[in-house]
Design a protein around this ligand. Structure first.
Ligand SMILES: Cc1cc2nc3c(=O)[nH]c(=O)nc-3n(C[C@H](O)[C@H](O)[C@H](O)COP(=O)(O)OP(=O)(O)OC[C@H]3O[C@@H](n4cnc5c(N)ncnc54)[C@H](O)[C@@H]3O)c2cc1C
Length: 467
């Protein structure tokens, strides 16, 4: 019986991985890549899976890094991107960095050689034809305008963004609650009945003045000439607000009104930084209105001067970039299908993940979901205790809607995974220090994830076919 093909649009990190997973499941796939017929502002070659900037897939250790754990899970799922990365790695300490030319050439060669893959070098310049009944759209942050306009028309105004405006996210257990306190402005109850929805960090006048100075002096990342990122009032970078006047932040995102310091009720804060819960687990807290172009190193340094955040661990740092991404929690179902047109699945950065590895990971899942559906053997989502499941959960439901523009691109991080209580003592009975507990916790999360991904694979790997 002949199986009709799945169409994958975009041969980047996500599309290459998705096409590979589909073909490995024994399902034919047509991979539509517009380069070299039409280029993007960032890609330089016609190779599949071209890395447009850094050559690093970041930390590679599953015991101490969330992205390292994602690597380990993807390897177990037969990821082409990880296999090619491993084969073309260059020395980079604990990170997995690759020879970009060798890596992209290897991905291209393996896909070209796969008997079930056809590569069409063409732009899909609008919604796919009606007779493509299963499509994975993986066209990335620089999706061609003709296709992005068609998607926008389908999803509706405001549901597909062309720029990100990312505020830093802090791990809840790294906030010093002896300094910060929970309260909503004017104790206003939200729809869920919670009058203490925000975490507040107070600043004195001197601390505020020093903070403004640091923002103004800190090194900023430059926009690329082609990015044309517009500044909208409402999502201005904080350093731009500070440039407009020393008091601007105090009358904007850092206004202290309607808040009483629970630890020092008699002291009126000069300014307050608010954090809002970002995920259903309550592990991630978003610094409200703190989108910024400060370089990452400077962000860590400057934001740790905020009282209560001295030991903050940042799950994500801020940024503003040209990007293309969906309001996925609202638009996609649990298997990455567009609710408004379920023949279309989305994968990669366009779903609101960030980074080469995360994009490939979502491609891996989309490919497996699409192949399972085609074969009549639906593939369940990986458990939320795995890095793959946690990433998927974040884009398809885990993020808490904080209003317009609140869903912003996300890297994999431990805050997306359910926590595990660390052991109090070492094997020899000695009490563990806080750093040791942190390390033990990460290792336990990793062990649980790898056991759970193995169990998931045992259940779903009816898909696997010989290469
Ligand atoms: C300037 C820039 C720098 C970046 N730097 C980094 C970095 O250092 N590290 C990092 O981890 N991430 C970085 N990123 C993010 C990075 O792009 C993603 O992590 C990753 O490439 C996304 O994978 P993807 O498959 O979703 O998109 P891509 O890898 O961009 O692949 C999308 C593919 O779709 C093709 N395409 C687009 N529209 C169409 C169409 N209509 N028809 C057919 N084909 C189409 C494109 O040609 C492209 O090959 C950067 C992004 C940009 C824009």
């Amino acid at each position: 019986m002949s199986i009709s093909p799945i169409h994958v649009i975009g041969g980047g990190l996500a599309g290459s991985e998705a096409a590979w997973q589909v073909a490995q499941a024994g399902v034919p796939v047509v991979l539509h890549e517009m380069r070299p017929v039409r280029g993007t502002d960032a890609h330089q070659t016609d190779r599949l899976a071209e890395l447009v900037c850094s050559n690093s897939f970041r930390a590679d250790d599953w015991e101490s890094s969330a992205v390292g754990l994602l690597h380990a899970e993807m390897r177990r799922c037969g990821s082409l991107i990880l296999a090619a990365g491993d084969a073309h790695q260059v020395p980079a300490g604990g990170a997995l960095a690759v020879d970009r030319d060798g890596f992209a050439a290897a991905v291209t060669a393996r896909i070209e050689a796969h008997p079930l893959v056809t590569i069409a070098r063409e732009e899909v310049a609008g919604l796919p034809p009606a007779d493509w009944d299963s499509v994975v759209v993986a066209t990335g942050p620089l999706t061609s305008p003709a296709l992005s306009e068609a998607i926008l028309a389908l999803t509706g105004e405001g549901e597909l963004s062309f720029f990100d405006a990312i505020a830093p996210i802090v791990l809840a257990d790294s906030i010093d609650m002896d300094v910060a306190w929970r309260q909503s402005r004017y104790d206003k109850e939200g729809p869920g009945g919670d009058a203490a929805a925000y975490i507040n960090c107070p600043m004195t006048k001197d601390q505020y003045e020093a903070f403004v100075d640091a923002l103004l002096a800190g090194p900023k990342a430059e926009f690329k000439a082609w990015e044309h990122v517009p500044y909208f009032d409402g999502c201005l970078p904080i350093e731009v607000m500070a440039e407009r006047g020393r008091e601007t932040l105090r009358h904007g995102p850092m206004k202290p009104v309607g808040l009483t310091n629970a630890h020092k009720p008699e002291e009126k804060a000069w300014a307050v930084v608010q954090l809002r819960q970002d995920n259903a687990l309550g592990t991630l807290w978003n610094m409200v209105g703190f989108q910024t172009k400060l370089k990452h190193g400077a962000q860590t340094e400057v934001f740790r001067t905020i009282p209560g955040l001295e030991k903050a661990v940042f799950a994500r740092l801020g940024g503003l970039h040209r990007n293309t991404f969906l309001n996925s929690p609202k638009l996609l179902d649990a298997s990455l299908r567009l609710k408004a047109d379920p023949r279309l699945r989305f994968a990669g950065q366009i779903t609101g993940v960030e980074g080469y590895v995360e994009s490939a990971a979502v491609g891996l899942l989309a490919g497996r979901f699409a192949a399972g559906e085609r074969l009549g053997r639906p593939c369940a989502a990986p458990p939320s205790t795995t890095a793959l499941g946690a990433l998927l959960g974040h884009i398809t439901g885990g993020h808490l809607d904080g209003g317009k523009g609140s869903f912003q691109p996300m890297n994999i991080n431990y805050g997306l995974l359910p926590a595990i209580a660390p052991p109090k003592r070492a094997d020899d009975g000695r009490r563990l220090g806080s750093k040791e507990k942190g390390r033990a916790k990460k290792r336990l999360v990793g062990e649980r994830a790898l056991a759970d991904i193995a169990a998931w694979l045992a259940g779903v790997d009816v898909l696997e076919a010989a290469e």
